[in-house]
Design a protein around this ligand. Sequence first.
Ligand code: 5RP
Length: 250
Amino acid sequence: MKSTEGTAAAKRAAGERAAAAVVDGDTVGLGTGSTAAAAIRALGERVAAGLDVTAVTTSHQSRAVAREAGVPLTDLADTARLDVAIDGADEVALSGAVSGSGGLALDGDETLAASPPLIKGGGAAHTREKIVAGAADRYLVVVDDTKLVGTLSHPVPVAVVPTAAATVERHLQAAGGTPEPRDAARKDGPVVTDDGNLVVDCAFGDVSEPATLAAELSAVPGVVEHGLFVDTTDAVVVGRDGDATLLSVE
Ligand code: 5RP
């Protein structure tokens, strides 16, 4: 698994709080990455204690974690609707979501005035993660507090049909981005996603209009899915060492 900044304790705190929100009978979408894995393990503990759920996963990685944790699985291909999905993120932008100018103290649960935009895809699973997010009645994002920003600026992962890599890169440059094909860490050549696509990480500097950029990227021929998640999130669970805060969209 790729390593990210936050501590294991912060991820565990976020994962446990999110898993506690799942109720008997739920069908649950399970995201990919280290924080989603913490939530899957916490859900597994609840299943061992008697919770009755069925889950769908978003990658080979989340499937392996869920199997090991003992979470009963079904196939995403057979699932049209989910009660809840729990997923990580690389950045969560709070500037437009928090009313007032003081920001968030994170010393208690809060209500957000708007759904915060995200950048996802650090684990190259954002295509299935977006499918799962779109199928879920409630999309819960689990992060440690290093992921909270005012404005999004992380490079946007873009999953691309392999034969379109060159043309997509040209479109991304025309849109003001700096595209960089993602190379694999322990394999020569590119990252190939679980669905057989390539990934281009595209830096745009500060993304002040995420919805506009998201629409622009979706319109590029050959783009399968990009990692901007706009108007998708219902709540963010922010973990810190030892505790977690729930930010719910009103
Ligand atoms: C995978 C993702 C992950 O949720 C995102 O990269 C965050 O991962 P982590 O919790 O390990 O920091 O979008 O495609």
